[in-house]
Design a protein around this ligand. Sequence first.
Ligand code: KG4
Ligand code: ZN
Length: 367
Amino acid sequence: LMVPAPDPGHPLLVLGLETSCDETAAAVVERRADGSGRLLSNVVRSQWEEHRRFGGVVPEIAARAHVACLDDLIAGAMRDAGLRFEALSGIAATAGPGLIGGLVVGLVTGKTLAAALGKPFLAINHLEAHALTVGLTEGLSAPYLLLLVSGGHTQLLLVHGVGRYERLGTTIDDALGEAFDKTAKLLGLGQPGGPAVERAAMRGNDRRFDFPRPLKGRAEAHFSFAGLKTAVRRRATELVPLSDTDIADLCASFEAAAVDAVADRVACAMALSQARLGPDAPRRLVVAGGVAANRRLRARLDALVAAHGYTLHIPPAGLCTDNGAMIAWAGAERLAAGISDPLDAPARPRWPLDASAPPAIGAGVKA
Ligand code: KG4
Ligand code: ZN
């Protein structure tokens, strides 16, 4: 299928679909010829209710829930944007990484729209979309250092440009959001666990328990949270039955240790980043993913960037968690770069941004 390339002098209007996990989302963005962006609509439906009684995301239920509501969300996004399908320059959908059933739902829907309309299709890497969101929210362009912290990923990446990512570090076990979620589950707090742990931590004493700061001081920018999780479990088990104060103190001490470990790993990545980019490169730290909403983490990173001469860039909370706007924007950026994807682009449950990065295990790191 041949589709005409969009006129580079004209603004691009892109519809983006996100179905890789437990949020169904559709959004429309505009990208002007000067590279600036505008959000025209952004509709998100969280499936948390469907998964609640299972205590985690069930892939089959997620896929069915995407099927049930994606068409309505697309109609809503187009209506909010005040656009007809014919006005779109392209259709973007998440192709990975994520749960295969959900990915297929979004991909097939996006491809069908593109084929029916004769418009370019864009198969988007979900991590790339998180990485590029600051281009939409504040016009920031590469290079910058990215801390991506979500329920499924914890990575430090050097963003050199659209499609050009260098991984500096990753987690060798749990993701940071996962550590928050598991802590919440252990302590009987609700899900999603991050906000629940944060709320409890606000009432707690963050120095009552001296939990480990995994990998602190290592020369590589990798993460590990399994040991921290085990330490929290051990202390909690010793204290049973837990009082409200115990729970608050465990949450506060866990959060302090996690944030401390992250700050140390980011400082390490700053040094690696400067060595790669040279001393005159701009010093910018971008944070994306659901855990970027955490206030203790933000405060800690605020202090860290100040100490290292960096500036800190965090999209608003609604664009840090999974959404369609980031997919639409990544699609617009690719389209502007002259890229589009074939209609047989596959779903990719695993899809690293930097395929050349060696696995973290074996890089001299121990949990
Ligand atoms: O990026 P996201 O919406 O979904 C993916 O995992 O892709 O991130 C969700 C994760 C969950 O683990 C959630 O517990 C965590 O982000 N999270 C938080 C906070 N808000 C969300 N973690 C700590 N503090 C928060 N305020
Ligand atoms: Zn995400």
